[in-house]
Ligand binder design. Sequence first.
Ligand code: ADP
Ligand code: 3PG
Ligand code: MG
Length: 377
Amino acid sequence: MNSLDTYSFENKKVLLRVDFNIPIISDESDSVDDTRIRLSLPTIQKILSENGSIILMTHWGRPKGKHSESRSLKNLLPLIEKLIGRTVTFCEDPLSDETFKLVQSLKPGQIVLLENLRFYKEEFEGDEKFAEKLAKLGDCYVNNSFGTAHRNHASTATIAKFFPYDKMFGYVFESEIKKLDKLTKSSESPFTLLIGGDKVTTKIGIVEALLPKIDNLLIGGGIAYTFAKAKGYNVGKSLVEEEYINVAKRILETAEKFDVNIQLPVDCIIADKNGNDANIEHCEFSEIPDDWTALDIGIKTVDLFAEIIEGSKTLLWDGPLGVYEMTHFSYGTLKLALTVARATDKGLYSVVGGGDTIAALNKYSVSHKISYISSAG
Ligand code: ADP
Ligand code: 3PG
Ligand code: MG
């Protein structure tokens, strides 16, 4: 199998799939968290230093197969150029003849960036023809997008088939596999999994895989309300993924079977609309009034989660506990970020993943305290 360190990139056009799915971290400005771009820099520099040229491919957000001005990678071009320290040519239509010609004429050291691949439904459908056309742009394929390792998309899984030999993982992908393998094989107990965020779909895999290994499962964020619904609680207008209620039930049952201490929130912060100007109340987790939306975990939950984290030896955290982008709903995420940082100082092995969770840690200036930051969500 090829690797970045053994492959020769001399005069090669390298199709590099990166994960530049970077979060927009504030509702007051367009500021973004650039961690994921920075993580790919060593891979990019390695290829450039060996006289390869690069065709960068990524997604940004979930534009669902439609063009969207706000998710155009044109917006990230100045930031990408600044971080790489070179000019990057933007290709608005990745499959056009113009792009093909431009890529054909690439000289060693030159870089192009293809427009957000999720503007095309073929990307997330894993379409073969689409992947084949993308594949024609490069001599070899490097996958550095660990964050999409679980997705069967055209630029991740399908495209690899068109490079039977000339394909490899980037440094991010390689190091993530090593670190996470270590975490699952030799973690010290008590091992706590803290999950939040807004999509049950993206968290089920990790929860189900780790249930046999963990001691505590703490659930917060938007996904907690699908679990609340599964338990028959009143959730008001809080986020619920109806089609995952059964999955939530299954997780609750399996957790019991494995003797995992599963802890849902006990209280939450609710709002009568989505925004910093909303009326805000505090209520029990099981009794959210109709017409109100839970947007953060409450103070009792924060204390409860903090105590369990402080008593743990290993912690894996993925997903903010509330709508951390808005000041009013960021308390849970902020307080637990500080707790994790302090506990890590005292010996906790902490692993944190997820674009938004990392953005939150950066916002609160504690990411340097965490034992290992994973780019995966
Ligand atoms: P990560 O990128 O860290 O894996 P996700 O992408 O799964 O995290 O989720 C992050 C999103 O979850 C944030 O945009 C945040 O606002 C949202 N979120 C957190 N709590 C809630 C909630 N109670 N209701 C709705 N959205 C929430
Ligand atoms: C992430 O942010 O977790 C990855 O970039 C994958 O994004 P996705 O969940 O939209 O596929
Ligand atoms: Mg996210």
